[in-house]
Design a protein around this ligand. Structure first.
Ligand code: SF4
Ligand code: SF4
Length: 335
């Protein structure tokens, strides 16, 4: 059972929720696109439902709310260390099914991979998630083949139609906020896409020897190692460490972690200067097999959720979904 209420009342609910939560949703950032006079859709704080962009895919995912692009972990002096504070206020995040499924992958990495990351855990524990349905697939999505077109992990669901909002609230604390508002009880069922135009086929017989295929050579030429595909990916979780020393006291500073990318130069540089995967085709191979091969061996499902953002953002028009679809022939080639 859910509710139908008008957008004015939904905004009253959002205002009430903003006392406890920072509210994040995909929104249009005018003039902030890659090229001059272009817009970008990415996550930002909102106050009203009208600010949410429902009709376009966000180019970046919500992950920067829980895993900031740059995050100070601790401050240090010569003989003292002080852990950095983590944002006190909880986050309420509006997101689509693919991203809800991506959250499970980020939790794997930061909570279940042999240790719990305290910085992530503090933000994650308090966060609530509101599902935005998908009436239709966007052009580059392939969530259906990745099995991520549906979810039931959300705390609430929201659909906007005209001047009305249709909500289904599973979380009791969120439900309380709606108690005093004028609303009508209605059946609300999430919209999930059942078909994408883009189809992918991950061959059943995929094995590590696909590393030896000639297919990777194409990417040595075409990829420019910009890392954009990793930064927009809701399931990429790698970071680098930076120690920043203050100018006025060079013996004090802070340690930060900063998003990183397995496609960029320097990612695999070891102490002593040795670097693995200097070739960009090798980096592509590493990324692809991590997303659709070895992760599944460890966790039982693929890492990639088929959001298609990497295809949308690549300046060299390299398509991840096309790459997956070459794996079958590649396995034939190396068998
Ligand atoms: S690899 Fe590409 S399609 Fe898959 S989850 Fe990451 S950005 Fe989305
Ligand atoms: S976005 Fe494209 S060009 Fe940039 S690193 Fe990724 S695959 Fe290479």
């Amino acid at each position: 059972m859910g509710y139908k209420l008008n957008l004015e009342n939904l905004n009253i609910a959002l205002k009430e929720l903003s006392k406890e939560y920072r509210i994040f949703a995909p929104k249009v950032l005018s003039g902030e696109g890659t090229f001059s006079d272009t817009d970008i859709v990415r996550y930002g704080e909102i106050e009203t439902v009208q600010e949410i962009e429902f009709n376009k895919k966000s180019q970046f995912s919500y992950k920067e709310v829980l895993l900031p692009i740059r995050q100070t972990l601790f401050f240090f002096t010569e003989d003292q260390i002080k852990e950095a504070e983590v944002e006190e206020k909880a986050a309420l995040i509006f997101l689509r099914s693919c991203d809800m499924n991506a959250l499970k992958r980020i939790d794997d990495m930061y909570l279940r991979n042999g240790f719990e990351d305290i910085y992530y855990k503090k933000l994650r524990e308090k966060a609530k998630f509101v599902l935005i349905g998908c009436e239709e697939s966007f052009d580059s999505c392939f969530c259906v083949n990745m099995g991520t077109n549906k979810t039931d992990e959300h705390d609430a669901y929201l659909k906007v139609s005209g001047n009305y909002a249709f909500v289904d609230i599973k979380d009791s604390s969120l439900l309380e906020v709606f108690a005093s508002l004028t609303k009508e009880e209605v059946e609300v069922t999430p919209d999930f896409v059942e078909e994408n135009e883009v189809k992918v086929n991950i061959p059943e017989n995929l094995e590590l020897k696909v590393m030896n295929s000639k297919m990777w050579a194409e990417y040595s030429e075409r990829c420019i190692a910009c890392g954009r595909c990793n930064f927009v990916c809701p399931t990429c979780t790698c970071f680098n460490m930076q120690d920043i020393f203050y100018k006025d006291n060079k013996k004090a500073g802070e340690r930060r972690r900063v998003w990183s990318s397995c496609q960029v130069d320097g990612y695999t540089v070891m102490a002593g200067g040795h670097s693995f995967r200097n070739d960009k085709g090798q980096r592509m191979r590493y990324k692809v097999l991590h997303k659709v091969y070895d992760y599944k061996k460890r966790w039982g499902y693929n890492m990639c959720v088929g959001c298609g953002r990497c295809d949308d953002i690549c300046p060299e028009y390299i398509s991840f979904s096309n790459c997956i679809n070459k794996l079958e022939d590649a396995m034939e080639e190396v068998k």
